[in-house]
Design a protein around this ligand. Sequence first.
Ligand code: ATP
Length: 252
Amino acid sequence: MVNLTLNGIGARYGKRVVLSDVNSGLLVSGELTAVIGPNAAGKSTLFKRVADLIGGAGVVEVSGAEAASGRICYMPQDTGVNAVLTVYESVLLAAKQGGNWRVSDEQLADIDETLDALRITELAFRHLSELSGGQRQLVSIAQALVRKPGVLLMDEPTSALDLSRQIEVLALIRDLAVRMDMTVLIALHDLNHALRYCDNVIVIADGAMVASGPVASVITEDLLREVYHVDARIENCSRGLAYVIVDGTIGI
Ligand SMILES: Nc1ncnc2c1ncn2[C@@H]1O[C@H](COP(=O)(O)OP(=O)(O)OP(=O)(O)O)[C@@H](O)[C@H]1O
């Protein structure tokens, strides 16, 4: 069990404060928490702060089995891939990050399984520089998953993927969160993905937390109007799933 609590998280770049007072409540492993909000709201900044890549206010509490090794893994939005490596080498390197260089059969099997689950096995010996944007994003996801972090921060991991890959990846992450005992935070612009695949949501706008809690109670028509300035309906489809339907924008 790995629990994560964000207490009063804030961040600044130079003198400019871009994020303040984000509080998550207790986030437990096996669950996915969406981080949503308009462009430039502060979602990536929140992840960088939680991963301790930038300084700022607040306390990130990680407790549970993985806490001792402090394994928070951040998958950035723009992954600067090392073009010299093959896909397999880059994923192997990620798996070994922070550990020793001995490679076990179990680790090799893990890598094979992850590439297979993401349907990129056939890319294993291609160079990263030869891949499409979506293929590179899938490799980045593989690199994050093979590290088996206690806390996984994924910044818009499906932004470059086609329709079927998007839902495959989100379903896979959901499954692995339970099987690998991970607490996952995932920045998303597609609110229907947040409603369908995430348990909780943290809403950020203009560098401040607007709301947090279970997705179905937080993502409301009023919230979409306030945060995104859109007229939207949330309606159940014929299968009983909630969907956001955006009718148009409203003046700010
Ligand atoms: N390295 C940096 N130096 C200075 N300002 C930055 C830096 N990175 C981000 N910012 C600013 O911080 C604010 C928050 O940016 P951030 O990348 O966290 O937003 P975001 O919510 O992830 O946006 P998006 O949805 O567009 O990816 C923005 O105003 C951005 O211009």
